[in-house]
Design a protein around this ligand. Structure first.
Ligand SMILES: *[C@@H]1O[C@H](CO)[C@@H](O)[C@H](O)[C@H]1NC(C)=O
Length: 221
């Protein structure tokens, strides 16, 4: 009886698995330009879709990624996203792009993770020390110093960073395997949540003095 149950459950799981997507769904039509007002929409496969006959070049277009952005902020980097929020035509297509500018001498894109995307990054200017950490099986740190033309991959979900170790500005572009990859910056999520996490939780989790935790929580993230 136990065996029969096991086999039944196994078969149900096997049947269910094709429908359990860990990433963006495949598009069910050529494209699905996202639209805000559902009364003008014809399909749903992600966000609401515009009538394909009304799609225009502008729905698939973004301009300005050639422009350097101001990196004068506490971490010394700035990310310019180009995802479904900027290009509605990316809806259901499972891809997006960012430009990242790094200040000279230590501009940092701080440790963060994309819950829905793998990232592939190409350096076009400067020198970046990049890395990611594997999950808790061994928490292994994998790093590399990158120069212009170098490409590096950050696997989906893993915590990663880029640090400008050069004396000049650095610039990178990265593609991500989601129309809306999401970002969780570790320090901001843990020490800058709203409302704050009870300091006793962080004292225990990080084995820190309570004053240190309160100091970290008081910073502007
Ligand atoms: C960059 O931002 C800083 C801080 O907001 C500001 O003081 C500075 O004038 C800006 N620089 C440029 C070139 O816009």
């Amino acid at each position: 009886m136990k065996t029969a149950h096991f086999i039944l459950i196994f078969c149900l799981l096997a049947l269910a698995s094709p429908f359990a997507y860990a990433s963006d769904p495949s598009p069910l039509q050529d494209f699905c330009v996202a639209i805000n007002d559902p009364k003008d929409a014809v399909f749903v496969n992600g966000k609401f879709c515009k009538d394909p006959k009304l799609a225009k070049a502008q729905d698939f277009y973004y301009s300005g990624l050639n422009i350097p952005r101001n990196t004068s902020n506490p971490v010394g980097s700035i990310v310019t996203p180009v995802n479904v929020a900027q290009i509605p035509g990316l809806n259901t297509l499972g891809i997006s792009l960012v430009r990242i500018d790094y200040a000279p001498n230590g501009g940092l894109n701080p440790p963060h993770t994309h819950p829905r995307a793998t990232e592939i990054l190409v350096v076009v200017e400067g020198t970046l020390y990049v890395g990611f950490v594997t999950s808790n099986t061994d928490n292994r740190l994998i790093t590399k110093v990158l120069y212009p033309g170098d490409v590096f991959v950050f696997p989906i979900g893993l915590i990663h960073f880029q640090f400008n170790v050069g004396k000049t500005n650095a610039v990178a572009f990265a593609a991500l395997s989601s129309q809306n990859p999401g970002v969780i910056t570790v320090a901001n999520a843990v020490f800058g949540s709203n409302p704050p996490i009870n300091p006793d939780v962080l004292v225990k989790a990080f084995q820190l003095d309570k004053n240190v935790v309160k100091n970290l929580q008081s910073k502007f993230w």
